[in-house]
Write a protein that binds this ligand. Structure first.
Ligand code: FO1
Length: 306
């Protein structure tokens, strides 16, 4: 059994690769991106994992349902609402039913489990916590929710700081802690280290468990050289005063992992990373297609012995 801590569009490719090769996979999802919109609770990272594994994901964008329609959103526009966050009609059904179930007293973990059944997803997708954690970005224009910064304002302004509201007090999902504890290997997906993986590491119970089992924790870099393969990871790392390369990432994760997979192009960083007491594995980390997803998953499962 393996467990992967995942969030967002950078992670789902590896999740898919792992699921195609390993029968028991737990996916612990970030909740820091979750966003209330028109009274609906949107959980982008949980939904990306579900849609990705149900073969419904719009793979070009990396989020939302493939070939979704946008009639609901057009109607909201007519009502004079802001429509910068593109939720499609089928996607909206997911948010609506989730919100209703929350209102009826169900927790996010149980709702996610129920959804996995409905979408016939075999992997065990679970939120890292049932409590609310909100990733907020500070710019010179003030501080705002991550979705407002990244989608509404297109990530334009320089980032001055990142906060995880609620993370201090959040209780980890006991199922996620058990999954990590019982797994043969725990993977930190190649997601954004500050906004996808970072919020999960801010939960004390999660960090403590990972530190305890760090020998079997494998981080996968989302960076090649100084740049992220996709998304704003490099920008956020620089804003947080962290070197935006695989060494900076290794330093961030040094207390929670003993193994890191970096791109072969970053070979020269290997010695420096080993100096942090982290084993370094080099391979091609870009996943442009299914073959590359499977190849990276296979490398991790077969070449890394923890
Ligand atoms: N990302 C965008 O860039 N524009 C959107 O309009 C948008 C809508 C959206 C709707 C549902 C959903 O689950 C995700 C959505 N995303 C959108 C992606 C999201 O902003 C982030 O990429 C993730 O939060 C990163 O983990």
């Amino acid at each position: 059994m393996i467990t992967i801590l995942a969030g967002g569009t950078g992670s789902i490719k590896l999740v898919r690769g792992l699921v195609s090769q390993e029968s028991k996979v737990n996916v612990v999802s970030n909740v820091g991106d979750n966003y209330w919109l028109y009274g609906l609770y949107v959980c982008p990272d949980i939904d990306t994992a579900i849609y990705g594994l149900a073969d419904m994901l719009d793979q070009d964008r990396g989020w939302g349902v493939r070939k979704d329609t946008y009639n609901f959103l057009r109607q909201m526009e007519i009502f004079g609402e802001e429509t910068w966050f593109q939720i499609g009609d089928r996607d909206t059904a997911t948010h609506l039913i989730r919100t209703n179930m929350l209102k009826n007293g169900k927790n996010l973990g149980d709702i996610t489990k129920w959804m996995c059944e409905k979408f016939a997803v075999g992997a065990n997708i679970m939120p890292v916590s049932d409590n609310s954690i909100e990733t907020r970005i500070t710019t010179d224009k003030g501080e705002m929710h991550l979705q407002e910064y990244w989608v509404k304002h297109r990530g334009r302004d320089p980032v001055e700081g990142i906060q995880y509201i609620g993370a201090e007090k959040a209780r980890p999902n006991p199922e996620a802690i058990n999954a990590m504890h019982d797994s043969d290997m725990v993977i930190l997906a190649p997601g954004n280290p500050l906004t996808s993986i970072g919020p999960m590491l801010q939960i004390k119970g999660v960090r403590k468990e990972l530190a305890k089992i760090k020998k079997k924790v494998v981080a996968v870099s989302p960076l090649i050289g100084e740049n992220a393969i996709s998304g704003p990871a490099a920008k956020y790392m620089q804003a947080a005063g962290i070197e935006s390369n695989a060494f900076g990432l290794a330093k961030m994760y040094a207390d929670v992992c003993s193994n890191i997979v970096i791109d072969t192009k970053d070979k020269m960083l290997g010695k420096k990373i080993q100096g942090l007491d982290i084993n370094v594995y080099e391979t091609k980390i870009t996943m442009k297609n299914k073959v590359a997803e499977d190849a990276l998953a296979n490398f991790i499962l077969k070449q890394i012995h923890v």
